[in-house]
Design a protein around this ligand. Structure first.
Ligand code: LLP
Length: 439
């Protein structure tokens, strides 16, 4: 069994009983559509796989920070892994419990630390000696005790894309074990710091168990060293990174992951924490987009382009990580056509590209698809790091988001308007007046 099954595998025209064509009609394209039941099923798979270990799941907010998604996981009992003050505000806004928040990230600002201390988050995942000093200082100023964990760089190769590998010596994250030992000694002696845990995050989209096993072994060694010094550790947080299936390659099997963790953690009095993002939401989402133009190759050496209304500003993953996302035709399909030789539908090998003025603006390359102008397409597996990484590049408003739950579709984020985009901007009135003034 793979870590996640694509939600449209059986029916490329519906999501949990809701017609994708109808959604595209109502909300326009491009738009993101998520399945609540898939999110819940993934969460249940993980809790089931970890049933033999005292554990907590902290959803990595960065994967999909929509308030409705946060609320969904909060309702299931998840905590939240955040990396900014903005994410903390989102969690609070969605009704999340601050005591079940972990704050990761290498660059925590003073205002972000202060907010986290004031709302009493569960733990700071500290990434450097300088950050520990800053957190201690802010705790003194605000008259609080800061709960901390040190993020270890376990120096394991997650064997994933270099941009999403985080536990090599050359990476900016965490600290090596010997430095961590010093930081723990300092923290244990400080009345302003409360040592709670130990953590790491070795990378994302990891599909084999070895890197997780190796990282866990490294952390456990340090837990033992700390115990010998009389510094007890209550929780061990192994981060996120559980890989999913984007194509025919299976994702990480959550049960195998759970079994491996249980074997290593047996007889240890440690609360186990993970921070999955992609595993919970990646395959819960599709991006609906329409073909604007077909631009078949005019001569040998050229390529067949289908120009769609979604672009790299909506889904950056193909451009940034050469990520592969499955594409299916929602309508019209060749079976919709009255005559399969319908001239409007052209079966060929297409590059699906957006309207942005960059050669890197592609969503999928060399896909064998039967396309017509105006065709509705679904780009699969975009629930994680899709909308989360969307931008206004080329002054394109960001797409809306729809959550399908129990056969009902709900708009959870409206399409941005040009007024939304221009709202924060200011121009000097002087220039405008001057331009309008009669000469
Ligand atoms: N915890 C920490 C500290 C992280 O930095 C991350 C992800 C996670 C948890 C969640 O990892 P996940 O379970 O989702 O793999 N934009 C990239 C992925 C970047 C991941 C960054 N950190 C992509 O689209 O593939």
């Amino acid at each position: 069994m793979s870590g996640a099954q694509p939600i449209l595998a059986d029916s490329p025209t519906e999501l949990d009983g809701v017609s994708l064509s109808a959604l595209a009609q109502s909300y326009g394209t491009p738009c993101f559509v998520y399945s609540a039941s898939h999110c819940r099923a993934q969460y249940a798979k993980l809790t089931g796989a970890l049933a033999n270990i005292p554990h907590s799941i902290y959803y990595a907010v960065k994967a999909n920070p929509s308030l409705a998604i946060l609320q969904l996981f909060g309702d299931l009992g998840a905590g939240f892994d955040i990396v900014s003050g903005g994410e903390l505000v989102r969690v609070l806004e969605a009704g999340g419990n601050p005591a079940k928040v972990l704050f990761s990230g290498v660059g925590k600002r003073v205002d972000e630390i202060d907010l986290a201390l004031k709302v009493a988050i569960g733990c700071f995942n500290v990434e450097s000696a300088a950050e520990l000093v800053r957190i201690e200082e802010r705790a003194a100023v605000l008259n609080r005790v800061a709960p901390i964990s040190i993020r270890i760089n376990p120096e394991v190769d997650a064997k994933t894309h270099p941009y999403i590998s985080t536990a090599l010596k050359e990476n900016k994250f965490g600290v090596p074990a010997d430095l961590a030992l010093e930081l723990y000694r300092h923290a244990a002696a400080s009345p302003l710091l409360d040592v709670r845990g130990i953590d790491c995050h070795i990378g994302s989209q990891i599909t084999s168990l070895e890197p997780f096993r190796d990282a866990l072994a490294n952390l456990l060694e340090l837990v033992d060293l700390l115990a010998a010094e009389g510094i007890p550790i209550a929780h061990l947080d192994l981060g996120g990174g559980l890989g999913i299936s984007y194509d025919d390659t299976p994702g990480l099997d959550p049960q195998q992951y759970g079994n491996a963790m249980a074997a290593s953690l047996a007889d240890r009095n440690l609360h186990f924490i993970i921070e999955p993002g992609r595993f919970l939401v990646g395959n819960a989402g599709v991006l609906l987009t329409r073909v604007e133009y077909l631009k078949p190759k005019p001569a040998p050496g050229y390529r067949n382009f289908a120009i769609i209304d979604a672009a790299m500003n909506d889904l950056l993953r193909p451009a940034l990580y050469q990520a592969w996302h499955d594409v299916s035709v929602v309508e019209p399909t060749t079976s919709d056509a009255t005559d399969t030789s319908d001239a409007a539908i052209t079966e060929s090998t297409w590059d699906l590209v957006g309207p942005i003025c960059e050669t890197g603006d592609f969503i999928a390359k060399e896909r064998r698809l039967a396309l017509a102008p105006g065709a509705l397409l679904a780009i699969h597996s975009v629930g994680a790091y899709g909308m989360a990484q969307a931008s206004n590049y080329n002054s394109r408003p960001r797409a809306p988001e729809i959550l399908v739950d129990s056969g009902q579709a709900r708009l959870i984020r409206a399409r941005e308007t040009t007024a939304d985009m221009l709202g924060p901007e200011r121009i000097a009135l002087r220039q405008r007046d001057a331009a309008q003034a009669p000469t």
